[in-house]
Design a protein around this ligand. Structure first.
Ligand code: PLP
Length: 383
């Protein structure tokens, strides 16, 4: 066949309509010297012992590719984190951050037209990953009027014959809420015998302010754990994440896809991450928990005192949801804040249930946060 005419390029279906998240869009329009309540990026420095270890490895060692699923010793350390699963090393794939693990997991379990249950509100990447995998996002409400806590009746109501997977996240981005063992028991009961995959985003699991959160995988076998070191050790730029799963066929598929997308995550990062479970690292995680807990309490209090507005009390991660329903539309309010040099994220970026809220991240010193609240006061309450 002769190909004579150049055809008009049409974006593949899987990419149509995909846009950068509102989180990024707001952040990128920030005015100079803005206070950032927007991005979920730890401001605490990466612990010095990790930096030094990475520097030593880069200087003294040859760093070629690792095997696709990662350094064996690192995979063993990750597997040990889930003793209830008794995972072999092959049950873990080390990825370029948890974002890659998430995309891989979606691509490996979702087929065209499959429905995926997503929390509303939740991290916008789940919707994007569902669409990239040509699935159909279906939302289950985490009711705003119930402090965004899980509600099994909303979850159950969305399960259909076409449901292929469901996503849970705890501690939650954007709400800072934690799923209880009871929530997971109810989910396991609802999914028992359906073959539905549970994708459990546990990237914030080391940042908790009360009891350590349980993993969904303790309750339901067909769980794919998605996690990493970005948040708990301030290693966002290092790109160390993982997928862990008991099912050999699923984790093998993830490993194969990972090999074809990124080959392996940075060898320097992987080698240095071998000390991410040392006593020093555990102390650094504890320090981060203490700092974020204090900041969360400080900020929620300040919103109440200075603005007369309620914010949810964070149980983990570094987010609170500020209720601005009394003041109007969250997009307009976030825009006003932005023009007054305060970056926030309108709740609608995470789903309809969060309309009328702003997601506030507290990756900032108390002084900067206090200044941010004063700027918000001027932006929202002066005539
Ligand atoms: C809920 C959630 N999951 C996953 C990620 C991806 O993080 P990383 O790829 O750095 O591990 C983020 C980052 O903001 C997040 O908030």
């Amino acid at each position: 066949m002769e190909v004579s005419m150049r055809k008009e390029f049409v974006l593949p279906r899987r990419m149509r309509g995909l846009q950068p998240t509102l989180i990024r869009q707001f952040f990128e329009r920030a005015l100079p010297d803005s206070i950032n309540f927007g991005l979920g990026e730890p401001d605490l420095p990466t612990p010095q012992f990790l930096r030094e270890e990475a520097a030593r490895i880069a200087r003294d060692e040859q760093n070629g590719y690792t095997s696709h699923p990662g350094l064996p010793a690192l995979r063993d350390k990750i597997a040990e984190q889930y003793p209830h699963l008794e995972l072999p090393r092959t049950g873990v794939v080390v990825t370029c951050g948890s974002q890659e693990a998430m995309t891989d997991a979606f691509m490996c379990c979702i087929d065209q037209g499959d429905e995926v249950l997503l929390p509303d509100p939740s991290f916008p990447a789940y919707d994007a990953c569902t669409r990239i995998a040509q699935g159909v996002p279906v939302y289950y409400r985490m009711p705003a009027d119930g402090e965004f806590a899980f509600d099994i009746s909303n979850f159950r109501a969305q399960i259909t014959e076409r449901t292929k997977a469901a996503v849970v996240i705890s501690p939650s981005n954007p709400t800072g809420k934690i799923m209880t063992a009871d929530d997971y028991r109810q989910i396991a009961e609802a999914l028992d015998g359906t073959g539905i995959w549970l994708l459990s985003d546990e990237i914030y699991s080391d940042l908790y302010f009360g009891e350590r959160p349980v993993s969904a995988s303790e309750f339901y076998d067909r769980t794919i754990i998605i996690s990493g070191l970005s948040k708990s050790l301030s290693m966002t730029g290092w790109r160390l994440g993982w997928a862990a799963c008991k099912d050999p066929e699923m984790i093998h598929a993830i490993q194969v896809l990972h090999g074809f997308t990124t080959v392996c995550t940075s060898t320097i990062t992987q080698k240095a991450s071998l000390i991410a479970w040392s006593d020093e690292a555990e102390a650094a995680k504890q320090y981060a928990r203490d700092v974020y807990r204090k900041r969360g309490e400080f900020l929620v209090d300040l919103f109440e005192k200075e603005l007369g507005l309620r914010a949810t009390s964070p149980e983990g991660a570094f987010y609170t949801m500020l209720d601005v329903r009394a003041l109007g539309d969250d997009l307009d309010i976030a825009e006003k804040c932005l023009q007054n040099r305060v970056v926030t994220v309108p709740g609608v970026a995470f789903g309809q249930e969060a309309k009328g809220f702003l997601r506030i991240s507290f990756c900032n010193t108390e002084d900067r946060m206090a200044e941010g609240v004063q700027r918000m006061k001027r932006a929202l309450f002066s005539a």
